[in-house]
Design a protein around this ligand. Structure first.
Ligand SMILES: [Cu+2]
Length: 165
């Protein structure tokens, strides 16, 4: 692909989804946080999924322990995986390891943040602030742009379109 076409495509993507394209990536101690987003929630839904990529550039392992948000009663760290052909979701009671030198992705169908007991469902165009707490690095505020339900579904690569993921 030539450079002109590539920059044209990049520009188009940015125009189509500015909140996602310019999501606030941030560096926090030895941690790099990239591409945070939450899914739009359907009216009446009480839980929302949050996703981001965390890179540990340090020499020591760290751990994402929990989160909190003014928009949810609790924010938990969850894992979704296949167990005997059934997709199960569980809370990671001791947090999610972010090993030294590695990148961990929280994404649909896998690890995710679960915003519990959300009173006002997340709407496309909003930004949801959450505080993430790491075992070593401490706490940091992260702004999660709300993606469209359609875009979120595409990102999930398939079936897990329900907000309870
Ligand atoms: Cu969950």
């Amino acid at each position: 692909m030539n450079r002109f076409i590539r920059s044209f495509l990049t520009a188009s993507l940015c125009l189509a989804a500015p909140s996602l394209a310019f999501a606030a990536d941030l560096t926090f101690g030895n941690l790099k946080i990239a591409a945070p987003y939450v899914r739009a929630m359907v009216p009446g839904a009480e839980v929302g999924g949050g996703y981001l990529t965390i890179t540990n550039t340090g020499q020591a392992d760290d751990r994402l322990m929990a989160g909190s948000s003014p928009r949810a009663v609790k924010v938990e760290v969850h894992e979704m995986k296949m167990d005997n052909d059934i997709m199960v979701m569980r809370k990671l009671e001791s947090g999610l390891a972010i090993p030294a030198g590695q990148t961990v992705q929280l994404k649909p169908g896998s690890y995710h943040l679960m915003f519990m007991d959300v009173v006002q469902p997340f709407k496309e165009g909003e930004t949801i602030r959450a505080k993430l707490t790491f075992e070593k690095a401490g706490s940091v505020d992260v702004d999660f742009p709300v993606g469209s339900a359609v875009a979120s579904k595409a990102m999930s690569g398939g079936d897990h379109a329900n907000a309870a993921e």
